[in-house]
Design a protein around this ligand. Structure first.
Ligand code: FDA
Length: 302
């Protein structure tokens, strides 16, 4: 109930406009967001790199409604790629296709994604295409398949809560795709997504087992120690997979566990979001763990 309320609020633009301008919420958002500027994100990236963790940078923003905004978002990503190349920080980028025009026009989005992929390839970098709400899954995978014929520096994301994901994972596996596996963060109807945590977890393990049989790069994106233990066991059974598998976690979530995995010798990448459009991302983090609300309330009452 609380989860669905928070996810509902995460999509309310009016509330977003009201909240993001206020000083205190902006300060609170820093728990999960590296800052509003690229300078701040690079500083965080340097710190994580120094502690043995590469990063994937997310310049926050999604569901843009105008062509000029989509073009600007793509330009921004190209500028980020150039800047991180100059600064020699270890980071890739994660992008949302609705940020570069998917909800406006498929062709516009394709052109923008192509521009970003090309720039990343020239700079020897990697682009992960985040997966959004289920209405965009088919179009996102189609664009991924189309452009990955031309570019080998693109990766996809699969959400274990979706009923369709086993078919998608088999297809991606047969194409040698780089996949990030996560549970899924949006509010989805029963017809398309498992609703119970136990079902989502069972699906996660099933998909993990399938992906472990493939040779292509795999990112295991979870903070769930049960899922991580299953992954470790599968890696032990399949040691040739070690170099092509990494764990991924979100900035600000389970920092001790991140450090522990590095200490144990696993590859661990941190997803670092930044920018002024932090509202929807922040609300999804609240929805994942309502206990986070206590942290917000504590800060507000201080
Ligand atoms: P689960 O929600 O079961 O949590 C397990 C434990 O982790 C909790 O008990 C708690 O201790 C801790 N935890 C989890 N979330 C927390 C939070 N917000 N704050 C504090 N503790 C928390 N989703 C999506 O739909 N599309 C995408 O492209 C991505 N991309 C992505 C990249 C990376 C690197 C990560 C780690 C996650 C995503 N996600 C995502 C989000 C993902 O789908 C999922 O919503 C969250 O990771 C939470 O799920 P867990 O696997 O952590 O398990």
């Amino acid at each position: 109930m609380l989860r669905s309320t928070l996810l509902y609020l995460s999509e309310r633009k009016g509330l977003q406009d009201f909240i993001v301008r206020r000083k205190l919420p902006r300060r609170i958002s820093r728990r999960f967001v590296a800052g509003e500027s690229l300078d701040e994100a690079i500083e965080v990236t340097r710190d994580l790199n120094a502690r043995g963790m590469p990063v994937t940078l997310d310049h926050l923003g999604e569901s843009v409604e105008r062509e000029d905004q989509a073009m600007r978002a793509a330009d921004d990503y190209i500028a980020i790629l150039e800047r991180v190349h100059r600064e020699r920080v270890r980071t890739g980028i994660s992008i949302k296709l609705t940020q570069i025009g998917l909800a406006i026009d498929h062709e516009l989005c394709r052109k923008n994604l192509r521009r970003i992929a090309e720039s990343a390839r020239d700079l020897d970098n990697f682009v992960r295409i985040d997966m959004e709400a289920s209405e965009y899954v088919e179009a996102t995978l189609r664009l991924y398949y189309e452009l990955s014929e031309e570019f080998d520096n693109l990766g996809a994301v699969i959400q274990s809560y979706l009923r369709r994901s086993e078919d998608d994972v088999r297809e991606l596996g047969s194409r040698g795709a780089s996949v990030r596996l996560c549970k899924g963060a949006y509010m989805e109807p029963e017809e398309v997504a498992f609703q119970k945590k136990s079902e989502v977890d069972t699906s996660f393990v099933r998909l993990l087992e399938i992906l472990m049989q493939c040779d292509s790069p795999l990112a295991i994106a979870t903070h769930d120690t049960r899922m991580i233990d299953v992954a470790k066991r599968l890696m032990q059974q399949n040691p040739r997979r070690d170099a092509s598998v990494e764990f991924q976690m979100l900035y600000g979530v389970r920092r001790n566990l991140q450090a522990q995995l590095v200490h144990e010798g696993y590859r661990m990448r941190v997803y670092v979001p930044y920018g002024t459009e932090w509202y929807a991302y922040f609300m999804r983090r609240m929805a994942e763990r309502p206990a986070n609300l206590f942290f917000v309330l504590k800060t507000l009452t201080r």
